[in-house]
Write a new protein. Structure first.
Length: 201
């Protein structure tokens, strides 16, 4: 038996009788690979059937469009912000010990999500928002270039002023200055006698 004959046999036994299930799976968001496992067929057979049998292609396309539209509406709703009702079930007990159930409804508002807005715009309006990232990147690059030029300019000026001498004076402490400072501190410490620093009025 050839490959095509085996494929047709699987179509008749594993796929065609379950077209309604396949449509429901698509509406539930299952992937092609997941449906192949459920049907007991290979991905190659799946894509062969999709090309060969219009009934399969049609129900898969229709089923996936349903879930895609639901997700799209949910993303749009999240991007714009929405009101919703929070329902709580509260069990109360009266003086006689009798319990009763009270339903508490609260209206709340979910503010727009910047993440959902960015996702929507980048996918729905690529021409206007797809390049926005590149513009920001180029701006950062120019900013870094300006910083490098500024540092280079400073370095050149410091070199002209004999930067090596300035750096040595700034980083290496003068022993004589430290010694005078420590002695002055010790003199004041000894005059106080209580371990506190004293100052002259």
């Amino acid at each position: 038996m050839g490959t095509r004959a085996r494929n047709n046999t699987k179509w008749l036994t594993n796929v065609f009788p379950r077209l309604a299930e396949i449509r429901n799976w698509c509406m539930d968001g299952k992937t092609n690979e997941e449906m192949c496992v459920l049907l007991g067929i290979s991905p190659d057979s799946w894509y062969t059937y999709m090309k060969q049998y219009n009934e399969l292609n049609d129900i898969v396309t229709a089923g996936k469009s349903v879930i895609d539209n639901r997700v799209e509406n949910a993303v749009l709703k999240t991007a714009l912000g929405f009101e919703y009702e929070e329902i709580k079930t509260i069990i109360e007990e009266d003086r006689n010990g009798k319990k009763r159930t009270r339903i508490e409804k609260t209206k709340k508002y979910m503010p727009p999500s910047p993440t959902a807005q960015a996702f929507w715009l980048k996918n729905r309006k690529k021409d206007e928002w797809g390049d926005r990232k590149e513009i920001v990147f180029d701006t950062k690059g120019q900013e870094e270039e300006r910083k490098l030029q500024f540092l280079k300019m400073i370095n050149e000026e410091v070199v002209d002023a004999d930067y090596s001498i300035v750096e040595e004076a700034a980083t290496l402490p003068d022993p004589e200055v430290i010694e005078e400072t420590e002695e002055g501190f010790l003199d004041e410490f000894e005059e106080d006698g209580f371990g506190n620093e004293t100052t002259e009025a």
